[in-house]
Write a protein that binds this ligand. Structure first.
Ligand SMILES: Cc1ncc(COP(=O)(O)O)c(C=O)c1O
Length: 954
């Protein structure tokens, strides 16, 4: 390897600044290098061009050389060959070798072959080899790279590589190559940069600093506070490095090779290593351990069981005629179904729960194992699969944990499944309002202050013991993400056994990278539990409790301004997360998971089981279950890579819209500052991208580590207000009808584009192309408008950019649905209202467009909704049963120009409870709900002593 310091030309330095990701820089630089070397190889190249392209080649080498020290292909000696050819001015050979490398990298053939760049190969031979996936040289086994951290010389590296190569056996399931790095920093860079790494061997002493100074790689290190490691002697760094790698990529298998007695290594770090070797020289043991580690992640118990089952001959003498395709293949009329799906799906259709398969309702075999593996992958203590979407998972979790009359704090704009869940469980709901983004007709998320205020309110009215759960959406449809750790911490300080249900329907992928992971329910729960165990926390808590003892507990303002800390002796971490695996990871539609991190799960396990039974079909779809199992494998083996790539593409999309003059004239992609008000961004970071300075992933990390709310940059909210076209029309008439682009969420003046792990560079390019066409069409229309048309257009733009109706807050429940008839208690019995509306006599319809509701209100009547009213968009209920209709809500409804409003019948109006129904309930508040009566009696009984109970019973 060349020892040259990196001296880049101004152009190259400018180019570098714009890169968010080192991976993208690597790919682009190789492609550029291919162009430069082919220019150099041109026999007719002019002298001036030779000079120009030589400098460009050197720049590219200087960027790539340090990068390639973290990858197995091209190797260090491959790079030496490039320099040799360059110095020899053998440009044609150089161009050929570079082209081979580029092809091998972009087609991933280096995973299947050993690519010998020294071998002279004609273009044709090379093409044949590269494009022949069935050739005898081909390795069809999955490939990965092993990171070895050891400060050893070239000869020793070669010996190690050969030693491990010699261990290969034909029956090995995987094949791997080696990347050896010499320092602590290099190991961290390699872990973050090289997606192929699946296992890491940390050997004897190694220095701290990396010798490479490439800024984009150094930036990867900026997230670490690694003072501790720097100060340690070289020989002690291994365990700490293991802990840090485990934090970054917990899926990797770590092996420690040590020359001190294993017992001398601090107990708590050994948990991060799959195995600790003492002066490992036995290559076979190491090799087998490495393969076994990866095999454990590769394993898919249920998918494999289903595949095996589908190959067995069986006779079906029960239901499911489609099983084994029998009813289809025999048919004269529906055989095209087999043509379309292939036979395997039918072979795997069975209702058997034995013979190697398992029952979702009572799993003991492969489903149980698959769920355990999923728990490991997502950082949960337990995981449960669901085959009916997160809509069902949400209901299961709520029903398992909440009893009638328990209070649940719920963000009002959460998914409708929660509102139905509240109704089913009989919870008393206390709705929390998210901060509104009136300008874009969408909500953000619930500020921590609101949540604390509500909990303190319940404490002040003596009802905190009834508060069971806080239910929030993380992240929201639009990508607003909570500071989960802080929310949990401060709420637990007020109520140490509070249960959290984090609806992460849109956030399953977040477990795959460290920045995202820190804002997931499971990630935060683990950190909190670890923190409360430490002496350091106890010390801090002691100082804090002295401070808080001096405060008046009724001084809400003071408590709101303080960062509250839970008592480590009382706190229980009880968090649940629901994932629509199918939304962001590989899974068939409806595949969903419930993840549990509950220190008291043993207390609710039976109830959880019952709730699971209540909502789960006795015929769960096996294809969905198998896809959840496979999706989990993918998370553990390539989730990190896929999410990084997704992010890169999302960033590229943002950049293209911001930089294209025509696009930026009509469209804007909203930034963190647009979606999160300044008071919730302590970091002061407005955006992760700046058109002048490029992408700053350090910005993202900084904001994500401290702000109250952040925006998931993989979701892109495109503001279309300036086009004069509303979100719904833009979606249907422009994106869908004209260009076949599917999106899901719109607001009045925005459309949401979501990238996912399946997004490709070409799909991003297609979208950009479509946006350019739409912008050009609008531009063309504008130029040919008459003045009257222009006025209409301007009015539309004005309507979409200025005159937006403010989003309404939750009004309140009618006293008839509140405990003791008091709406100021801020919780209501949604179930009572829901079932009251089963009786036709109890409700009537009032129109919103003829002033009839206002007329009733003017008479002093509280007009109460008897149903859910859910407009799409925004897709959450603006009215729930029992809620009083306010002027703000009416104004908002009238301003809505969407066609789809569930629970609202345009010809009839809103369904509201009759005045008599309300009057009757208020007059006899006690009898309307049997549960309320029972709960009151129970509370009374609880205050009696045993002899008193016996006496009363007599
Ligand atoms: C926040 C949220 N939770 C839950 C769900 C329901 O998920 P599923 O479609 O998997 O039933 C959705 C669906 O869009 C959602 O947006």
């Amino acid at each position: 390897m060349s020892e040259k310091a990196i001296v880049l030309s101004t152009t190259a330095r400018k180019q570098l600044r714009h890169y968010h990701s080192a991976t993208q820089l690597r790919a682009d630089t190789w492609h550029r290098l291919e162009q430069y070397t082919s220019k150099l190889a041109d026999r007719h190249a002019r002298k001036a061009d030779i000079a120009k392209f030589s400098k460009a080649v050197e720049d590219a080498f200087s960027i790539l050389e340090p990068m390639e020290t973290y990858t197995a292909f091209p190797s260090l000696s491959d790079f030496e060959l490039l320099w040799k050819l360059y110095h020899r001015e053998d440009y044609p050979a150089l161009a050929r070798v570079v082209a081979r490398i580029v092809r091998a990298l972009s087609s991933h053939t280096y995973r299947r072959y050993h690519i010998d760049l020294n071998a002279e190969m004609s273009q044709e031979e090379d093409d044949n080899q590269l494009s022949d996936p069935t050739g005898s040289q081909v390795n069809v086994r999955p490939y990965f790279e092993l990171l070895v951290v050891d400060d050893i010389n070239r000869a020793e590296i070669a010996r190690l590589r050969q030693g491990l190569r010699d261990m290969r056996r034909p029956e090995d399931k995987f094949i791997y190559d080696l990347v050896v790095v010499p320092s602590f920093e290099d190991a961290l860079i390699a872990t973050l940069f090289n997606h192929n790494i699946q296992a890491c061997v940390i050997r004897y002493g190694f220095p701290f600093r990396s010798v490479h100074q490439l800024d984009i790689l150094q930036r990867l290190l900026s997230q670490f506070d690694d003072h501790e490691a720097e100060e340690q002697p070289d020989s002690d760094r291994g365990p700490l490095l293991g802990r840090m790698i485990a934090d970054l990529r917990p899926e990797l298998d770590l092996y420690l090779v040590t020359d001190v007695a294993v017992e001398e290594i601090a107990g708590d770090v050994t948990q991060f290593f799959r195995r600790i070797f003492y002066r490992q020289e036995d290559y076979l043991e190491l090799h087998l351990s490495i393969l076994r580690g990866v095999a454990l992640r590769y394993e898919t118990p249920f998918f494999s069981a289903l595949r095996k089952y589908s190959r067995q001959p069986t006779g079906v003498f029960h239901a499911l005629p489609i099983s084994r395709g029998k009813s289809v293949t025999k048919s004269h009329w529906i055989r095209d179904m087999v043509d379309f799906y292939g036979i395997s799906i039918f072979l795997a259709e069975t209702s058997a729960t034995s013979g190697g398969l398992d029952s979702l309702l009572q799993p003991h075999g492969p489903i149980k194992k698959a769920q355990q593996l999923a728990a490991r992958a997502f950082g949960a203590k337990q995981t449960f699969f669901s085959t009916n979407g997160t809509s069902t998972s949400n209901k299961i979790v709520v029903q398992a944990l909440v009893r009638p009359r328990d209070i649940v704090l719920v963000d009002r704009d959460c998914h409708k499944s929660h509102h139905y869940g509240m109704m089913l469980s009989g919870a008393h709901v206390s709705y929390l309002d998210s901060y509104p983004l009136d300008e874009y007709s969408m909500y953000g998320a619930v500020p921590l202050e609101e949540i604390k205020k509500r909990l303190l309110h319940f404490r002040s009215i003596g009802e905190l013991h009834r508060v069971k759960m806080l239910l929030l959406t993380n992240c929201t449809f639009d990508g607003v993400v909570y500071n989960v750790e802080r929310v949990m911490e401060e709420c637990l300080a007020i109520k140490p056994d509070l249960i959290f249900l984090w609806d992460e329907a849109w956030f399953a992928f977040a477990c795959c990278t460290p920045t995202y992971r820190m804002r997931t329910a499971m990630g935060a729960s683990k950190r909190l539990q670890n923190r409360y165990r430490t002496d350091e926390y106890r010390k801090k808590y002691k100082a804090y409790s002295n401070k808080i003892a001096r405060l008046d507990p009724k001084d809400t303002e003071a408590l709101l301004n303080l960062e509250l800390m839970p008592d480590p002796d009382l706190v229980r971490i009880r968090a649940y997360a629901t994932h629509s695996t199918h939304k962001t990871l590989t899974s068939l539609r409806q595949g969903s998971m419930m993840h549990v991190y509950d220190q008291d799960f043993h207390k609710v396990e039976a109830a959880f089981h019952e709730a699971f039974m209540t909502h789960t079909s006795t015929s769960p779809n096996y294809q969905i279950l198998a896809s959840l199992d496979v999706g989990r494998r993918q998370v553990e083996l390539e989730g990190y890579e896929l999410v990084q790539k997704q992010l890169e593409l999302a960033m590229a999309l943002r950049e293209r819209v911001a930089k294209n003059p025509l696009l930026s004239k009509y469209f804007t992609i909203l930034l963190a500052k647009d979606m999160v008000p300044a008071q919730y961004r302590k970091s002061g970071i407005d955006a992760y991208y700046d058109p002048d300075t490029g992408w700053r992933n350090t910005n993202m990390e900084e904001a994500w580590s401290q702000d109250d709310f952040v925006v998931d940059p993989s979701r892109l909210t495109l503001y279309v207000g300036k086009t004069g076209i509303d979100g719904d029309t833009f979606k249907n008439e422009y994106l869908m009808d004209k260009y076949g682009i599917q999106i899901n969420k719109t607001s009045r003046n925005t459309v949401l584009f979501m990238t996912n792990i399946g997004t490709t560079r070409s799909s991003v390019a297609y979208l950009i192309g479509v946006l350019v066409k739409i912008a050009a069409e609008i531009e063309e229309n504008m130029e040919t408008m008459s003045s009257a048309e222009r006025k209409i257009h301007d009015k539309k733009v004005q309507g979409l950019t200025h005159d937006l109706p403010p989003l309404p807050d939750f009004s309140h429940f009618h006293p008839a649905f509140c405990p003791d008839g008091k709406p100021e208690s801020l919780n209501g019995d949604i179930r009572k209202a829901y079932f009251l509306a089963y009786d036709e006599e109890q409700y009537e319809y009032l129109r919103i467009d003829d002033g009839s509701i206002e007329a009733e209100q003017a008479r002093g009547r509280e007009v109460v909704s008897s149903s859910f009213v859910i407009p799409y968009p925004p897709g959450f209920p603006i009215l729930v049963p029992g809620q009083v209709i306010s002027a703000d809500i009416l104004e908002f409804m009238r301003a809505l120009d969407v066609k789809e409003i569930h629970g609202y019948r345009e010809e009839l109006g809103l369904s509201v409870f009759t005045e008599e129904a309300m009057a009757q309930l208020v007059a006899k508040p006690g009898v309307a709900s049997l549960e309320e009566e029972i709960a009151k009696l129970e509370a009374k009984v609880a205050t009696l002593t045993e002899p008193e109970v016996v006496a009363k019973a007599k």
